[in-house]
Design a protein around this ligand. Sequence first.
Ligand code: ES4
Ligand code: ZN
Length: 326
Amino acid sequence: HPLDQLIRKLPKAELHLHIEGSLEPEMMFALAERNEIVLPYASVEAVRAAYNFTDLQSFLDLYYAGAGVLQTEQDFFDLTWAYLKRAQADHIVHTEIFFDPQTHTARGVEFLTVLEGIRRALALAEKQFGITSKLIMCFLRHLSEEDGFATLQDAMPYLDRIDGVGLDSGERGNPPEKFARLFARCAELGLPAVAHAGEEGPADYIWQALDLLHSRRIDHGVRCTEDPALVARLAREQIPLTVCPLSNLKLCVVNDLAEHNLRELLAAGLCAMVNSDDPAYFGGYLNDNFIACRDKLALTAQDIVQLARNSISASWLPAEQQAFWL
Ligand code: ES4
Ligand code: ZN
C-alpha cells in the first residue's frame, strides 16, 4: 500500500513496550535450553498456538510463565537486544521501555541482574543504532502496596539508572488508588510516573491515575471515550495516551480493529500514538500496528504523520532532541 512506505520511513518513538512481552517463542525455547528449564510446550508452534487470549488475565498467565526462562544478565541482554534490532528495522529512533522487576525478584533473580542486562543492551543500541531510550520500572498492581514498596527499596541504590515508574498487570479490581502512597514516595524521589488505565478498567481509573498518581501519560486509556468530561480534560491538558491497537484486539478490548476508537481520539484533539505493548504475544511490532490500523481504520497520511509526531512529543526526550525529529 502506498502509505506503508510513509509508515516505515517516518521517525517514530515507542512509548509503551514491555520488554518481557518481546520474548519470542524461539528465544523462549533457546533460553529454556540454555538454563535447563523444561517448558510445558513441545514446540515453538505449540507456544504460538496457545496465544489465543480472551482477556487481559488470560494473557498475563502465559506472559508471567514465559518470563520464567529469563534468569541471567545475558538473558536480559539478549531479550532487549532482539527487541532493539526490531525497533531499528521499524525506524524507531527513541524507545521508552517497561520492565517488571517483581516478575523476576519473586523467582530469586536479583534486581541488578535484570537492570544491568537491559541497560547494557540499551547502551549498545544507542552506540550502534543511535536509538535513544528511557527505562521505566513498573509495579505489578495485582500485588500489594507493601510488595511495591519493597521493590522501590530494591531499586533505591540504582535510581540514577531508572527514568520513571509505571503501573501494569491486571487492572480490574486493582485501581490506581491502591498505589497512591507508593507513587507519592516515587514523586518525592524525583521519579516521573505513568500508569496503565482504561484498558479493561473504567474511565474512573484514568481520573485516579491523573489525580492520585500524577501520571504524566496514560497507558492505553482507550475507555476514556465513555466519559466526555474526561476526554475534554485529556485534550485540554494534552495528556498523552499510549494506545496499543493489536494488543486491544488480541485481548478482546475491541472485537474488531475496525471498531477501534483511535481515529476518534485523534479527532478529539488527544495526543494519542501507536505502540506495540507485548509484540511477541500480540502479533506484531510497531509498524505492524500502524499498518493494521491503516488497513482497518483507513488512516490517512495526515493521521499517520500526526501519530508519529505525537510519539515524539509525548516522549521524555528533552525539547531540543524532540525538535530534531519533529
Ligand atoms: C500488559 Cl497489555 C498489558 N496490560 C497490563 N499489564 C501488562 N503487562 C504486560 N502487558
Ligand atoms: Zn502495557
